[in-house]
Design a protein around this ligand. Structure first.
Ligand code: GAL
Length: 984
């Protein structure tokens, strides 16, 4: 009996949706299906009180209707709203369960003919963001609530030859209070709409339990039918590949089955057949458990090397087309990511199908976040208000019932940042009553009273180290403390990948590798949520505040390892190195290999080496080693490395996989760059002999303005950088201090003024001649200065500059005074860089794990790491560089004598725009090459940390005001050799 509502659900009703059918597992069926995606009629009104008459345009389904790229379709008929971004803030008064009157409405219409309308059918919505009201042929079917959850309506008896489906989406409702995730507000029909015939005697739902036991697979299949079968008819259940049949409800051993794991995702096709319908599932055998406080799958510990993944598309909003989902999961596999937390809602079901097939451990998270209540001390939080319990239970039910049969789902998560309260217990109860085969996760429950694993976000590595060995501070309640102490620990979020960062990944991975209590973690986050806007110059990317939102969180949502267009950022390559399946380290003539694989041996990977010096590759070959068992280790001998060479070891994938071709380089390590310019200099370009007469210094400032024929401008000492997103925030470990960017600004480092003390020329015409320059440099309004001694000499055909920088005056007691000690200047013309150092990607002292030693080159334009909001990026660790610009060439050897430690990391940054332009730009498209090549040569520099969320720069990577000594040795080779061709 279908009970159809008479009235639409009130928008301030905190309850679950009305009129919907129970959610069932997603599968494929041979029953007739009609996909209703495509172009729908559409119109938008700013509120239901100001409802528009007439004026229909069109809009694609699925998509978020507010996206600017849909202007052309929707705009002829008028406005269609705009995206708005807030992290925690509700964009209206917190007055639960009431939404504001200013509540935009998107009205959708879709007409569809049916040649042979099925008498019984279900209309299924994969997701409607906002509060939907659904009508078919004028009949109110019910409402939708739970934006990223499936909703289905029984439409039996309603279908005709010509049909009209109408959906009204109100952007805000009581349900919005449960959906305050850190993301754009993006209403619309965001997932597919499907009409599915329901034959009498068809399959209503199937519950599959496919476990892995010490004696093999164990399968229990519980089908639920639409109606009783005819007498004598049966449900047939079989695993096609194994020829196994099972009886409904009876646990059946499947001895020939292989286990499923993220490393070896073996799937089987399960068919459930009644005389009326056959449904097909892909199943995998695996068992999740917690044994002695260690998280296990199939009886062995697993380590999660994961990312948090939101669903976002720069043009379609919350809808991600299937080919994009597929491409991003392949990209994750290629970068050694083995786990995904579906932050912060259940994903499109396609994602889980692919995760089953490609192999990912998935934390499936419910569509619940009430973070905005945290801003008002959690007063009125729905998580602690019984009126919301039915809706919260309903959300759990919809997620579990849809996703219950996916082997990839190994943890259920109650939601994110929804505080505490009675409904946490209710949700946990709802999960457990529906599925007891997966542990529960919820970071909001810090006493872990209702969950099975202890979860934190952005904890400092020092704290994680304590938790790893079980010496964390005790909870007030002894019983809860004992319970939590026996739990595995996961970092559901860590390492904020915003802008240039995250620094310090290695420190976390070292802990995960060493301690079984640590399950690993999930980087925040996979993807940037940039929004594309079309302009005459092509699409540009915009962030919070760019659409006139009065309340917004700027570019906080641009914080991923890949851009919104799924372009990998340099940090993804570094992550791949840190997450590599084999951890490989060089120790003199020995190579240590430790497998991070939990379920499979290492035979998918091979090792090879390459020996290279300034003249090119000298030798290469395989390193043979028997496959390592899961978590096995070995030590191998390495070939002898000649003194001036670099040895690189690569881990490559042996055969082709679904995500990468054979030979794909999974990770690499190398020895260090050999010392000395002679070893580093690539190419035998004749050098024009320079003498001190070629050093032309401005007599008023002491700045270099010409070196031989090369015109140099803007010569200066630099102590700061254009702040990264992380630099703009105080680290969680130093919450009482200023952000690094504020510290540098307070010290005036962005506006350094130089005073020339002296220029002394000592026997400049003789072989031991020197030019000695002294300057004092400092920011306005402070008495913290540096004294700089610049000592110029002619050496080996080049000019050597020894630079000594010493802090003077009063430097505050706080830490991390400087971003760098470097020398900046600019050269005429557009440029190209070659360097010996680490590459090919950028590197900072705590980032750039993928950069190995060697010789690299690229056009300056290509070497830019574009960030949506411009900031410091793209520095290359280098000890010898050749910059060709405007037909001239400059070579420099860089060497830092002190301080020692990780900050001693000489580097070059080259840009086609000035530092000032970088400071001024708010969006990447505002950066326009100015025809010059802007160079910074760093002697020392600070790390980048992950202060936006989590610890700032770890102490070893901070740069205090201290004496710095280093040298730059300049050569000007013949211009004819500007492209660096080798002459050997
Ligand atoms: C976390 C939150 C994420 C995101 C992140 C900052 O607290 O769970 O959704 O807001 O911080 O980018």
């Amino acid at each position: 009996m279908i009970v159809r509502p008479e009235q639409p659900q009130a928008r301030d009703d905190p309850g679950p949706p009305i009129g919907t059918a129970p959610t069932v597992a997603s599968w494929t069926t041979d029953a007739a299906e009609w996909n209703l995606d495509g172009t729908w009629e559409f119109r938008w009104s700013p509120s239901s009180a100001h409802q528009r008459e007439g004026g229909w345009g069109s809009i694609p389904v699925p998509a978020s209707f507010v996206m600017p790229s849909l202007d052309r379709d929707a705009a002829p008929a008028g406005d269609h709203g705009r995206p708005a971004y807030t992290n925690k803030w509700y964009p209206f008064p917190i007055d639960p369960p009431r939404p504001p009157d200013e509540n935009p409405v998107g009205e959708y219409r879709r007409r569809f003919p049916l040649a042979d309308p099925p008498p019984r059918a279900e209309l299924r919505f994969g997701g409607i963001e906002g509060a939907g009201e659904v009508r078919l042929n004028g009949v109110l079917l019910g409402s939708t609530r739970g934006s990223r959850l499936p909703m289905a309506f029984d439409v039996s008896g309603l279908l005709e030859g010509e049909n009209l489906l109408e959906v009204r989406v109100h952007q805000f409702s009581a349900a919005t209070y449960l959906e305050d995730q850190d993301a754009w507000w993006l209403p619309g029909i965001i997932r597919s709409v499907v009409l599915r015939a329901r034959p009498v005697g068809g399959v209503r739902d199937v519950r599959v339990r496919a476990e892995w036991t010490p004696s093999g697979g164990m399968l229990t299949v519980m089908p639920e039918l639409d109606s009783a079968l005819e007498p004598g008819a049966e449900v047939a259940i079989e695993i096609a590949e194994l020829g196994t049949t099972v009886r409904a409800g009876h646990p059946t051993p499947v001895r020939d089955a292989l286990p499923w794991s993220a490393e070896d995702p073996v799937l089987y096709t399960l068919r459930v057949r009644t005389p009326a319908e056959t449904v097909t599932h892909r199943i995998g055998f695996r068992t999740v458990g917690i044994v002695d406080g260690v998280f296990q799958v199939n009886g062995v510990p697993v380590s999660l090397r994961g990312v948090n993944r939101h669903e976002h598309h720069p043009r379609l909003g919350r809808h991600v087309p299937p080919e994009v989902v597929t491409a991003e999961l392949l990209m994750m596999k290629r970068h050694n990511i083995n786990a995904v937390r579906t932050s912060h809602y259940p994903p499109d079901p396609l994602f889980l199908d692919l995760a089953d097939r490609l192999g990912f451990w998935v934390v499936d998270e419910c569509d619940v976040e009430t973070h905005g209540f945290g801003e008002i001390d959690w007063r009125g939080n729905p998580m602690d208000d019984p009126r919301w319990e039915p809706a919260l239970r309903d959300r759990v039910a919809r997620m579990v019932e849809r996703d219950k049969n996916h082997p990839c789902v190994i943890l259920w998560s109650l939601g994110n940042e929804a505080g505490e309260g009675g409904n946490v217990a209710a949700m946990a109860d709802e999960f457990r009553s529906r599925d007891d085969s997966r542990p529960l996760h919820y970071e909001g429950d810090q006493s872990s009273a209702h969950v099975d694993v202890w979860s934190r976000m952005y904890a400092h590595p020092d704290e994680v180290a304590e938790i790893a060995i079980g010496v964390e501070p005790a909870l007030a309640d002894d019983a809860l403390d004992a319970r939590r102490r026996a739990m595995p620990f996961v970092l559901c979020e860590y390492a904020h990948a915003m802008g240039t960062g995250p620094g310090g990944l290695t420190e976390y991975q070292d802990l995960f590798d060493a301690h079984p209590r640590l399950m690993g973690g999930f980087i925040w986050e996979w993807l940037e949520h940039g929004v594309q806007v079309d302009t005459d110059q092509g699409p540009v990317t915009r962030y919070g505040g760019d659409f006139g939102e009065p309340l917004h969180d700027s570019n906080d949502v641009i914080d991923g390892l890949v851009s919104a267009e799924r372009r990998p950022r340099a940090q993804l390559t570094d992550l791949a190195q840190v997450f590599a399946p084999l951890r490989v380290t060089i120790d003199g003539a020995r190579l240590h290999v430790v497998s991070r694989l939990d379920h499979t041996d290492s035979s998918r990977y091979a090792l090879r080496y390459r020996i290279e010096d300034a003249a090119g590759v000298r030798d290469s070959g395989p390193i043979t080693a028997p496959p390592l068992p899961p978590r096995g280790r070995t030590t191998l001998d390495l070939p002898q490395v000649p003194p001036l060479a670099v040895l690189t070891v690569e881990v490559v994938q042996v055969g082709e996989t679904a995500w990468a071709p054979g030979g794909w380089v999974v990770s690499r390590v190398s020895t260090a760059v050999p010392a000395g310019i002679a070893a580093q200099r690539r190419g035998a370009a004749p050098v024009r002999r320079l003498t001190l007469a070629d050093v032309d210094l401005d007599p008023a400032t002491g700045a270099l303005r010409r070196l031989g024929d090369l015109e140099v401008t803007d010569w200066r000492v630099m102590l700061d950088r254009v702040p990264t997103d992380n630099d703009r925030h105080a680290g969680w470990d130093e919450i009482l201090e200023f952000s690094y960017a504020e510290r540098w600004r307070l010290l005036g480092l962005h506006d350094l003024r130089s005073r020339l003390v002296s220029i002394e020329r000592v026997s400049v015409d003789g072989p031991d001649g020197e030019i000695r320059v002294r300057t004092v440099v400092g920011g306005p309004a402070v008495d913290a200065r540096v004294s700089c001694r610049w000592r110029w000499r002619a050496v080996d055909g080049g000019i050597r500059l020894d630079l000594a920088v010493d802090p003077e005056g009063h430097w505050p007691a706080w830490t991390a005074h400087w971003a760098r000690v470097g020398v900046g200047f600019s050269l005429p013309g557009e440029g190209r860089l070659e360097w010996c150092g680490r590459g090919p990607g950028p590197a900072y002292p705590d980032l750039g794990q993928a950069a190995t030693a060697g010789w690299f080159a690229g056009a300056v334009a290509e070497l830019q790491e574009r960030t949506v909001r411009p900031q410091e990026a793209g520095a290359r660790a280098a000890s010898w560089v050749r910059v060709a610009a405007g037909g001239q060439t400059l070579e420099v050897g860089l060497d830092t004598a002190s301080p020692r430690g990780p900050v001693n990391d000489p580097a070059i940054t080259v840009r086609p725009w000035s530092e000032a332009a970088l400071w001024a730009a708010a969006h990447d498209d505002e950066l326009i090459p100015d025809g010059r090549t802007h160079v910074v040569l760093d002697l020392v520099r600070a790390g980048v940390g992950t202060a936006r969320c989590g610890p700032g720069v770890l102490p070893a990577y901070r740069l205090e005001a201290q004496p710095v000594r280093g040298s730059l040795v300049f050569f000007t080779p013949d211009a004819s050799d500007a492209n660096g061709d080798r002459h050997d």
